[in-house]
Design a protein around this ligand. Sequence first.
Ligand SMILES: [Zn+2]
Length: 527
Amino acid sequence: MSPQAVSAAPVAACDTRSNNTYQKLLECMTGEGVTEHLEAFQKIAENNPDPEYGTTRAAGTPGYQASVDYVAGLLEDAGYTVTLDPVEITYAFPPELRQLTPVAADYETGVFSGSGEGAVTGDVVPVDINLTPPRASTSGCDGAYTEAAVGEPIVADPTGPDDFAGFPDGAIALIQRGGCSFALKVLNAEAAGASAVIIFNQGNTPDREALALGNATPPPGSADTEIGIPVVGASFADGSALAQPGSTAYVEVITETRIDYNVIAELEGKNPDNVVMAGAHLDSVTEGPGINDNGSGSAALLETALLMANLNPENTLRFAWWAGEEQGLLGSADYVAGLSEAERDRIALYMNYDMVGSPNYIFMVYDADESTFEAPVVVPAGSEAIEDVYESYYTALGIPYDDTEFSGRSDYEAFILAGIPSSGLFTGAEVPKTEEQEAIWGGTAGEQFDPCYHEACDTINNVNAYALDVNSDLIAFAMLTFAYSTESVNGVPGKEVPGPKFVLPEPAGPEGTFAGEGAGAALGALN
Ligand SMILES: [Zn+2]
């Protein structure tokens, strides 16, 4: 059987029969079916606005909760055993920086990494700032602490000059960027009794005018490693306004711990000790509804699970929709951390789907065999056999594909750290498409693979229907393949998938590789 022989026509029996052959599964897997879930996610975000962020499905918001209800409800109705696995996430209220006197103004701001929390009203006290061009600044660098260089441990400095001499206890320190690390400025301010820190941009060059934001976390080995006061940013212009005499301000950085849920759906196979897992993160960023990132992976996986609900597989199937990925892979990390050694050993493999329908897509597979990219992580043995299934499938359809670095920078990280073979698909995020890639996949060179990556415009209009359709088929194909046998991955014998044989060719090899030393070699290998 050739893959082209599979028609896309939906059949009425899709929901009730066992889609236990490639043909049956793929004729039921349609772009329309997957898009229905995307439309549902879009509506969920619109109908459950967050009081602070509006139309979003981010961690801790009503839109995330409603996404969980939607996915879990459909899976339960289809007969899955569904578990809602609680995950602690951090909901951050939008920070505030408001000048109260001598003018009233609300300034654009953001929170520095490593900031403490609090809501503070106080006098704004400039600390050795320099508003006169060329605006050389060592504002806040001299004080109770010092550092040998940025990134080196911050240590006590009992002698020498002090930018904070006479600093009034409890005032808000207004500090200009430049001269030393953000962490040193903040630790010096805190030691001098500041109740909050505003770091404004230096204003010495055009690229130091905008809102200043960065990382104020003290490096490991520092005399103090935890900041206890809020640290917010400001632009050079707003910092200058805050520096005028008689300035008072209100600074607020508040977060709240909330509980979100991973959705885990399981279908027991004949071999409960060989679990085939696939996952997609269900949360978005706060900026928007997250329909490509990652409604696309979530929807394709959901449709796959629903179509496989009546299967009687050899291996146990476990589908996961992760909470809090955008906050640092929280849901998947929490899940793997909660498994016993024995439970980890039972997981044959994990497949990750994060952004599979990018509007300016190229087709990419996690490069488990490191043919293009040397992985910055240890790749568990067997991962390359998952990669091969994806690549052979694209090859069978005559669809060019490329490698993407096996980086661990999505929900498969926790699995590979636990030694579980993994791979996944990706259609690109913020990186611009090259001319060469445009020649291979079409689309627009010079434009990001996903121009709405992490933006409000990641809506139902931000998905390429063809890319989503191809990848949804492949997600279903791979799940069915491993539902019957994971022998190529972990040596556990299984059975052939029933029905007509789907003979996969050798992978054709990556095309259009855009980065890394392997690029030339990979392309050369095609000739
Ligand atoms: Zn994502």
